[in-house]
Design a protein around this ligand. Structure first.
Ligand SMILES: NC(=O)c1ccc[n+]([C@@H]2O[C@H](COP(=O)([O-])OP(=O)(O)OC[C@H]3O[C@@H](n4cnc5c(N)ncnc54)[C@H](OP(=O)(O)O)[C@@H]3O)[C@@H](O)[C@H]2O)c1
Length: 247
């Protein structure tokens, strides 16, 4: 498929490498221009382009930017044809994104994103930590393969996203409509806990909306307490912490 990725940070750079390695025609962009994109992002064949170019003539656009940057991307996406599938990886992290009143008041994050963009989206790759995403993908059928929840309102868009999740080395799991995608938001049992397909249904069902923000913030505080010279927690710490707090 022809894929444009906006954002080449922790998640976007791995998407770029994995999806081009899987044979897709991948263009990537950030807000500062193609010359600022690291060569490692392009190592498996992706091309760095201006952001306006990344969303042109593609089958799929993947957004992998901080959630509070989504509104500034909306004009770029305004001209994208309706049949282009837009997949969003974002999460609301108030310490990074500043407080967003509608989400604080309970709006589901993916519905807020869809509203900002004025179009339907699929939510995927938001619930796997960047370390696990980069390192733990496997071929299909391997015992213990990690699953990634995929939420969407349109079945054909969801099918495209699930196939791409599979191409990145993970089981794509149908997590229902966007209105239910709060079950894969930060603080939820499936969030960054590296569960398998078999573990997904019960973990999604166990999510309790009112507890997620508090658990998300506890996790942020525990990680912040460790950050410093030589003491940064590794990705396995993130998984252990997420399992302890969210499950
Ligand atoms: N890190 C994780 O473990 C993780 C896991 C799952 C989901 N997520 C979510 O996925 C999203 C990306 O996370 P991340 O950790 O990869 O973020 P990140 O490392 O901060 O990278 C963000 C990327 O977005 C680009 N960007 C920002 N504004 C942009 C714009 N207007 N147009 C185009 N590119 C823009 C940034 O580049 P410039 O600033 O140079 O433009 C950068 O390449 C976030 O919403 C995050 O919550 C993160």
């Amino acid at each position: 498929m022809k894929i444009g990725i906006l954002g080449v940070g922790h998640i976007g750079k791995t998407l770029s490498r994995k999806l081009s390695a899987a044979g897709h025609d991948v263009k990537v962009a950030n807000s500062r221009g193609p010359d600022t994109i690291d060569a490692t992002v392009l190592a498996t064949g992706a091309r760095a382009v201006p952001a306006s170019e990344a969303v042109k003539d593609v089958d799929v656009v993947i957004l992998s930017v901080p959630l509070n940057r989504v509104p500034e991307i909306a004009p770029l996406l305004a001209g994208v044809p309706a049949e282009t599938v837009v997949i969003d990886t974002s999460n609301y992290i108030p310490g990074r994104d500043s407080q967003i009143a509608a989400i604080e008041a309970g709006q589901v994050e993916s519905l807020w994103v869809a509203e900002q963009l004025g179009q339907s989206i699929v939510k995927a790759w938001n619930a796997i930590g960047s370390g696990s995403f980069a390192l733990k993908g496997t071929p299909p059928g391997i015992r213990g393969r990690i699953a990634i929840p995929v939420a969407a309102d349109d079945d054909s868009e969801r099918a495209v996203a699930i196939a791409l999740v599979e191409d990145t080395g993970f089981d794509g799991f149908d997590a229902g409509p966007l209105a239910q995608s709060w079950r894969q938001q930060p603080g939820a049992p499936v969030y960054c806990t590296d569960l398998t397909r078999d573990e997904m249904p019960a973990a999604l069902a166990r999510a309790e909306a009112a507890r997620l923000p508090k658990r998300r913030d506890l996790s942020g505080a525990a990680i912040a307490e460790r950050v410093g010279v030589g003491t940064n927690p590794d990705s396995e710490y993130h998984v252990r912490l997420s399992r302890a707090l969210f499950m």
